[in-house]
Design a protein around this ligand. Structure first.
Ligand code: GRF
Length: 223
């Protein structure tokens, strides 16, 4: 079992999807710590319901980012977590943290990176008028929403979508791809080659008429 820490700030539905897959036996991780910078994050409640250890570390209690990063690192070390999964953690990790855990920090972002970085990914995509959006699980580096991509999933976006309606569609996929990405890490199948990652023992589909694709609006008869 891969020992992990999950960092949350809010609802924690991604944390829940990790817990569920873990309890089903599909995801081979051991959640050693659920940490929140917000005392009222519902994610903490979810963790407690499943008997997982929780820590609250309000960022306002620390003089600067560096001091906060060091406090976070102490918690991760104490929990002996090998990988940190950011699941709606609304703080940017500084270089102190990132460099000491390089390639061991994973994040999920509600857009197809590198489009629509930042905290309003769903709203920005809806406002822009894209017809496809989605979610990205990636490794964390020093730049926001930037590190090597592990998996992406696309959903259709419709003209009447707003951030909420598109966000719900995206979130449903987040709950599938995040546990999958963590399982690849847990079983040591994720190989990192610069900006690219490779999943070992994974079939690349033959590029033919059967190439899986999502087209929105759908192609009509004859195209
Ligand atoms: C998700 O949309 C995730 O992609 C983003 O923050 C949201 C967290 O949702 N980083 P939840 O707390 O997991 O429900």
């Amino acid at each position: 079992m891969l020992p992990i820490a999950v960092f949350v700030s809010g609802s924690g539905s991604n944390l829940q999807s990790i817990i569920d897959k873990m309890e089903q036996g599909a995801l081979h991780v051991d959640i050693r710590l659920v940490l929140s910078n917000k005392p009222d994050a519902y994610g903490l409640e979810r963790a407690r319901k499943h008997g997982l250890p929780t820590v609250i570390l309000p960022h306002g209690d620390y003089p600067d980012r560096n001091a906060y990063d060091e406090a976070l690192l102490r918690e991760v070390d104490q929990a002996q977590a090998d990988v940190i999964a950011l699941a709606g953690f609304m703080r940017i990790l500084g270089p102190t943290f990132v460099s000491s855990r390089r390639n061991h920090i994973v994040n999920i972002h509600p857009a197809i990176l590198p489009s629509f970085k930042g905290i309003h990914g769903q709203q920005d995509a809806a406002d822009y008028g894209v017809t496809l959006s989605g979610a990205t699980v990636h490794l964390v580096d020093e730049k926001m929403d930037h590190g090597p991509i592990i998996i992406q999933a696309a959903v259709p976006a419709y003209p009447d979508d707003d951030g909420d309606s598109l966000g719900k569609r995206i979130l449903a996929l987040e709950h599938r791809i995040y546990p999958q990405a963590l399982q690849w890490i847990a079983t040591d199948r994720l190989k990192i080659e610069g900006r690219k990652t490779r999943i070992e023992q994974s079939e690349i589909p033959q590029a033919a008429m059967t190439t899986p694709c999502l087209v929105n609006p759908p192609l009509e008869e004859g195209f």
